[in-house]
Design a protein around this ligand. Structure first.
Ligand SMILES: [Zn+2]
Length: 252
């Protein structure tokens, strides 16, 4: 196995995902109250610099601790979808970006974040520029290392999933992070069939107020023969791959 590693770190409804292959990338940073957890996790794993940092969309459970991450680490490229919202959490992120002298690169379909040797990181969505629901602005990211692909969906819902299908992007992947914490708003059957994953990761807090993951999503995944890994049951879920085989580990 190489050191290419994809891990989910979750507290409550928040989540953060790390990729390591000489370069580090963090996708989302969890809730405001996950600050210590995420900073300690990154430091424990020897991360000093985040070459790429993505805020998938502006909800607090995704960007709550982003300001602290920006303050505490050297940041290479920062990407977020082009949309604004009137929350203190969002203002805190903008202030951190400004204080650090960072630029915000627009996360949208067609952007290639990384394309080096065996590793590519592409943004599949958002495909459009205006949505009613903030969730559909979610940056949906495909990470491919050799023959092994992962899709990270943020909280993208059925509408965004159908736009991704229409875009004809290659979305086959062995690992799917199920959209919107396993909500029935996401993981539509045509999307699931097109991705056709071996594993689905559901990033979800135990006993959350939204009753995520929804039963209908779990049944859909079960019927499709997908191996489901839930962070409320397993803790942190880590995938390692050499570009051919996948190894899964969990850390409570
Ligand atoms: Zn969320």
């Amino acid at each position: 196995m190489s050191n290419n590693k994809w891990g989910g770190l979750i507290k409550q409804q928040g989540f953060a995902i790390i990729l390591v292959d000489g370069q580090n990338m963090l996708v989302d940073a969890g809730k405001n109250d996950s600050v210590d957890t995420i900073i300690n996790y990154l430091k424990t794993n020897g991360v000093l610099k985040l070459d790429y940092l993505v805020g998938t969309h502006l909800h607090e459970d995704h960007i709550g601790s982003l300001d602290a991450v920006i303050k505490n680490f050297q940041i290479g490229k920062f990407l977020m979808p082009k949309v604004a919202t009137n929350t203190q959490t969002f203002r805190d992120v903008l202030t951190a970006v400004k204080n650090k002298g960072l630029q915000i690169n627009t996360a949208k379909a067609g952007v290639d974040i990384v394309d080096i040797d065996k590793l590519s990181v592409k943004i599949l969505a958002p495909c459009n520029t205006a949505y009613e629901d903030l969730n559909n602005y979610s940056a949906v990211i495909k990470v491919k290392y050799g023959d092994v692909a992962f899709i990270l969906t943020g909280d993208a819902e059925g509408l965004s999933e159908s736009e991704i299908l229409e875009s004809k992007a290659d979305i086959m992947a062995q690992v799917l992070k199920a959209g919107h914490h396993g909500s029935n708003s996401s993981t539509s059957l045509p999307f699931l069939n097109a991705v056709s994953p071996q594993y689905a990761v559901i990033s979800v807090g135990a006993g959350n107020d939204y009753h995520h993951p929804h039963q209908i999503t779990l049944e859909k995944l079960k019927k499709a023969g997908v191996n489901v890994l839930r962070t409320d049951e397993k803790g942190t879920i880590i995938f390692a791959t050499d570009g051919k085989e996948i190894a899964v580990a969990t850390e409570k």
